[in-house]
Design a protein around this ligand. Sequence first.
Ligand SMILES: Cc1cc2nc3c(=O)[nH]c(=O)nc-3n(C[C@H](O)[C@H](O)[C@H](O)COP(=O)(O)OP(=O)(O)OC[C@H]3O[C@@H](n4cnc5c(N)ncnc54)[C@H](O)[C@@H]3O)c2cc1C
Length: 381
Amino acid sequence: MNFSWTPEQLKLKQEAIEFAQKELNENISERERNNDFPRADWKKCADFGIQGLTVPEAYGGRGVDPLTTLLIMEGLGYGCKDNGLPFSLNSQMWSFQPAILKFGSEAQKKKYLPPICRGDLVGAFGITEVESGSDSYAMQMTATEVEGGYVLNGRKSYITLAPVCDLCVIFASTDLELGRWGITAFIVEKGTKGFSTSPVRDKMGMRTTPMGDLIFEDCYIPAENILGPEGGGVSLFTTAMESERGYIFASQVGRLERQLEEAIEYAKSRQSFGQSIGKFQSVSNRIADMKLKLELGKLAMYKVAWLEENEMPLLMEAAMAKLYLSEIFVESSLDSIRIHGAKGYVTEFEIERDLRDGIGGLIYSGTSDIQRNIISRLLGL
Ligand SMILES: Cc1cc2nc3c(=O)[nH]c(=O)nc-3n(C[C@H](O)[C@H](O)[C@H](O)COP(=O)(O)OP(=O)(O)OC[C@H]3O[C@@H](n4cnc5c(N)ncnc54)[C@H](O)[C@@H]3O)c2cc1C
């Protein structure tokens, strides 16, 4: 692996930082209080070129390589005080978009990817149901074959961007008796009869990312909206999860970088017992650990991108990156609060938000337990 960045790559990161600082940081606390999804900022990000990073130029994107994309997303996370908007973007970019890109027909890619890159459409990706989360292939949503297409019935829950989405990729069973081999993916557009979304659910963190349910009641979908092969839902889901697990934390890595800088700055300036608190080993050790975790987390994520660029298997590495980055985000966010004392705990100083935003990472894209299961299974256990 090459550990150096080119001046062009570093410039792209810097541009993303400056864009986020200038354009995306207004009224974050108020938006957070109101569960507000910043649709105008979503569009600004598209104009800047975020949604199109991984999409080839032929479909309206920029065709940027995975490693450079990660660096730009880090820049966005470093510059943006809100973790919610970068999470929404990463969520769409690493699950919904690869599903269309890797499994879509030419017609589907031409129809959906350009408006996604322009930020005109928001895409959600739904597999989870209330009774089937980790055990997602135990889903009960059905797709019944009828002339010319399928009728969908069921409900996907806890879905990122569901309440604001313009279209979604969802999974349903064409034959519940076939278990996982009966699962097929479908693209459903807003406005389709029988398709609706729930209101936004209140949640602990990432409050500017709306979460809710996708509801299907006798919803007719033409056969052309099948995504990938019929019965091929598991393969599509596994592929999308590899990229989601590998990369969804890219912007949070940027946030961790800034969190570390803020902790260092505070440890140098805050006086206690006649010296700066950074002179106390218990504080400086904590900061050293934050630095160590950040650097190891970056390497874990970059390795996934390197494997992808070299067309090598990455299931294990993606699970390890997801597990590690989600856990260290929570740990470092708690350390940051400890270092800032009461200031860290009080909402107005915008330090405690990271911890609330980080908890969801232990759950989405497969819980930490599930990542450990994947790793140990691949180790032959
Ligand atoms: C912020 C956020 C965003 C989300 N976005 C989406 C989205 O966009 N699309 C989507 O489809 N879903 C989404 N989800 C749902 C998420 O994928 C599920 O919550 C997750 O897979 C866990 O499922 P569950 O909540 O049903 O928990 P359960 O599966 O019921 O798990 C409960 C507990 O049991 C443990 N457990 C379960 N099975 C095992 C096992 N085999 N071995 C060890 N431990 C086990 C789990 O680790 C957990 O601790 C999101 C969730 C969150 C929090």
